[in-house]
Design a protein around this ligand. Structure first.
Ligand code: ADP
Ligand code: MG
Length: 297
């Protein structure tokens, strides 16, 4: 098991930031760690990396117990903390050389990681001269330099522009081919684009822990359709597999089906038998976003 969290809680004074979290992450999984601001994501990540001590419970990286303030598990972990703290007056290469020394890794690894994170053209610049997206790459390079097999990335795309977000996501996905990745975000689409699995927490509590494929399979199919004429509910009700229906305007319907099988052809056939024409038809799947709202409301 790459990451194991056993009944972990963290209390700050009266406040319970993390409340009895339990989960395991297998080698090679890319897991999106979701939750609204203040849910406890960073707190859990700081406990996983040994920066803060849990009030209760135990954490393991590659089956080795994480001990507060000890370095034993750190060689297995690449950590990109929230807000990506960097020494911005340093040159990119100089900074990565410094990080390499801390991890006692060979100098040759520096050029490798620079090329891997797409920093070759920027390597001789000072970090503060780089765009935010490229600074994020420097943070990722520093997290990767000692070739850890577990990556813990705290909101790696927050504050980036849309293009930079796509670049960093692609990089995470690439890195995730050979590493275990736990990354926090509050962007649902990000999880859908990058992850195999999603863990959602709210107010320190575990709310969802599912494979993305399972979540998708369990979703209902929603189709919005506009016919060319008004049609009575009694006829619409006859469409098979329909579980609910909403009539927005005379000709406009939202139909919900309890099957994953594409129902658009069935709606087409139905329209034909009723002598109607379809002016517009869209599928609108229940998104992860809806689920997130439900469990964090
Ligand atoms: P997230 O990363 O999901 O936004 P955090 O883990 O940063 O959430 O915070 C969880 C809760 O714990 C928040 O309510 C936050 O205010 C509180 N918290 C975090 N760090 C501290 C601290 N050092 N002292 C007191 N409260 C803290
Ligand atoms: Mg945070």
């Amino acid at each position: 098991m790459s990451i194991k969290v056993v009944d972990v809680s963290k209390q700050y004074g009266e406040q319970i930031a993390v409340n009895g979290l339990d989960f395991e992450i297998n080698k090679g999984e890319i897991v999106g760690f979701l939750g609204p601001n203040g849910a406890g994501k960073s707190t859990l990540m700081k406990m996983l990396t040994g920066y803060i001590k849990p009030t209760k419970g135990a954490l393991f990286i590659n089956d080795i117990p994480v001990i507060y303030n000890q370095k034993k598990t750190n060689k297995h972990i690449g950590y990109l903390p929230e807000h990506n703290p960097l020494y911005k007056d340093m040159f990119v290469k100089e900074y990565l050389r410094f990080v390499a020394q801390i991890h006692e890794v060979d100098k040759n690894e520096i050029d490798k990681v620079i090329s891997r994170t797409g920093l070759t053209a920027e390597a001789s610049k000072k970090i503060h001269q780089l765009s935010k997206g490229y600074q994020q790459r420097v943070g990722l390079a520093a997290a990767l330099i000692h070739n850890p097999d577990v990556l813990i990335l705290d909101e790696p795309t927050t504050g980036l522009d849309p293009n930079q977000i796509l670049e960093i996501r692609a990089l995470i996905k690439e890195i995730g081919k050979e590493k275990t990745v736990l990354f926090s975000t509050h962007i649902m689409q990000e999880v859908e684009a990058v992850c195999d699995r999603v863990i959602i927490i709210n107010k320190g509590n575990l709310r969802v822990d599912e494979k993305l494929s399972t979540l998708k399979a369990g979703q209902q199919q929603i189709i919005q359709v506009t016919f060319d004429f008004k049609i009575e509910e009694q006829f619409v009700k006859q469409i098979s597999n329909l579980v609910s229906w909403v009539n927005y305007h005379d000709n406009e319907w939202e139909l919900t089906f309890d099957t994953q099988k594409d129902q658009r052809a069935a709606i087409f056939d139905f329209a034909q038998t009723q002598g109607l024409k379809i002016l517009q038809m869209n599928t609108k799947n229940k998104t992860l976003e809806t689920l997130f709202k439900e469990v964090t409301a």
